[in-house]
Design a protein around this ligand. Sequence first.
Ligand code: COA
Length: 473
Amino acid sequence: MTWKEIYESKLVTAEEAIKAIRAGDKVVTGFACGEPFGIERALVEHYEDYKDVQIVNMLTLGDSPWVQPKMKGHFTLNCLFASQSNRKAISTGVCEFTTSHFYEIPDVIKNYIRPRVSIVMVSPPDEHGYVSFGTTVDYTRGTTDYCEVVIAQVNKYMPRTFGNSIKHVRDFTYFVEIDEPLPGVKSLEISDTEMKIGKNCADLIHDGDCLQLGIGGIPNAICAQLWDKKDLGLHSELVGDGVVDLLEAGIINNKKKTANNGRTVLGAAFGSSKLNDYINNNPAVELHPIDYVNNPIEIAKNDNMVSINSCLQIDLLGQVVSDTVGLNQFSAVGGQVDFVRGATMSKGGRSIIAMPSTAKKGLISRIVPLITEGSAVTTPRNDVNYVVTEYGAAQLKGKTLKERAKALISIAHPRFRPHLMLEYKKRFNEDVFTKEELKDQMAEIKENIENTVDDLRDKLRSDLKKILAADNS
Ligand code: COA
């Protein structure tokens, strides 16, 4: 049979394809921009036909229908990265959560979770009969190697990418053609604080470095500060739109990469059509399975590797909390530790944890004496290298406990430094700053105490306005 005949013989409707799912099955689905929503909608519609089916997914950009009360007994969600639509369900025990470093997730899914069915999204076949996993190769492509039933939503909006991202039509059980725009991840406006953090990170990046950038405001702010650099490389688990302009301008050109020279290496693309159009049919961008992209040994083959990730909280010892807020799962470790370790092993490498100094509209400090009870440490203190806030950079490697705490207090928000200084004294029985250093600190702290009063007054005024507006409407 020709590949076209094979393809056509496997072409069915979503309703027909999902009949292959049995009671008690574990069904792994592609994630983020590659989640096969077209087929999932059919499952949701026919939920009463299914019993005890577990959906395994990393990070959804959708609304997690599996956690609705009516799904009980029919579907449960086992996710590997909490998102807005399932965070609460994880906290209340409705949704399962599995924790793992991203580079181990292909192995965890294959050998521990063991799904029988894989549902993915792919591009239409090319003239040789190969479909592409496009934006979403990571753990997704691997599941189609070993699952007994492999169903693919074929979507013309899925870009065709290079790397280890293709598969022949003979390797699938069913194809379902549903064209719909991929879920997009829009870039939000970059705040002033993020711009300052971006500048402090950019100061640590040199010409010729190979970067791992995550997604969100801080990576985008860093990208905005890289225009005076040259010959940068990119090896990242996922990237957003922020890198496209730098790639097009040749600021990121991968010329100095010591692994995959001349090519950008990614596990997944996590942006809008701007990024998807850029990676489509672009031989200079390769997408590979995540057990390759995020394997610290592979990462370290890039000299001068710089990883940049974010966190929610860090204590004075340098323990980094990035995926929990107390007992609540906020996100997941993702590839944070993979890249921190890969960058550490890289010749000339550096790892950066970058975050705003405060959270909750400035009301709490992210730099704290003790981690919130119930939170899990994401990156252990021994792995941490640079920590960056809008107030500067603290390098922690090779520092004593006292030196670490002092460096972190120096980049905390000035409003919270007095409290941290008192906690330092409690812990180490001495003052953190010399009299001279304290003089400099006090000027900044005093200025911020004034600003705090202004901020609180402004916040109160704005809250009052909102209450009055709601009352009038
Ligand atoms: N205590 C309580 N709440 C906190 C907090 C803290 N210490 N720190 C942050 N928050 C709140 C914020 O105020 C915000 O809530 P709001 O929207 O109601 O104001 C919310 O938590 C999210 O914080 P924010 O810093 O804006 O999150 P982010 O979207 O920038 O993501 C991480 C930051 C750390 C959660 C994210 O980078 C992550 O999940 N990292 C781990 C995975 C990883 O690094 N992967 C590799 C790269 S992709």
